[in-house]
Ligand binder design. Structure first.
Ligand SMILES: [Zn+2]
Length: 186
């Protein structure tokens, strides 16, 4: 937007024409016209950006900011996550250990510090900390995330081993009980 100055033209509300008109800026007050002259009726009056009662009438100058709110989006949610600078240490870990030892992530599983976790969305990460029970910090390629683990439903202490009901596949199908063909694993 071109900066206004005295002598310049601007669209403003004319208090005489009672309409939006082109005006010549007579005097400035900072960045905002203070006094303008209507090009239709040639009356001088105080600058009004819009008709009375509209938003434009009150907000003569729209702030040019607008994007100041979006500054903390890149921060990881966890508070205790050490910020790393330079190359991501995960790369070094993966380079030395490979990705084959990574366990696929499941909140029900328990992971230990130093373990590699393969997450369906975030990829492979390394467990760097277990800040609180059931939570772990995992260093991914882009950032560190706080993930849940050990979230298995409380396992009931193994009650006296009752004979489990036979699974359907185990029930003999008949007198001619054929043993399943098992391929020998070499
Ligand atoms: Zn006018």
């Amino acid at each position: 937007m071109e900066k206004l100055k005295a002598g310049g033209e601007t669209s403003a509300y004319c208090t005489s024409c009672k309409d939006m008109r082109h005006h010549v800026v007579v005097a400035m007050s900072g960045d905002v016209p203070a006094k303008v002259e209507c090009l239709s009726c040639h009356k001088q009056h105080k600058f009004k950006a819009g008709p009375p009662g509209t938003k434009a009438a009150k907000v003569a100058k729209i702030s040019s900011g607008g994007s100041a709110v979006k500054t903390k989006s890149a921060r990881p949610a966890a508070g205790s996550v050490p910020a790393f600078s330079g190359p991501n240490p995960l790369e070094a870990i993966l380079a030395s250990r490979g990705t084959s030892s990574a366990r696929s992530y499941s909140p029900a599983e328990r992971y230990a510090i130093g373990e590699l976790v393969s997450h369906p969305s975030f990829g492979i990460g390394a467990v760097t900390a277990t800040p609180s029970p059931g939570k772990m910090s995992v260093l991914f390629r882009d950032t560190t995330r706080l993930l849940l683990h050990e979230r298995a439903p409380a396992v009931v202490a193994p009650v006296a081993k009752l004979a489990p009901p036979p699974r359907r596949e185990d029930i003999p199908t008949g007198p001619a009980d054929r043993p399943p063909k098992v391929k020998p694993i070499l």
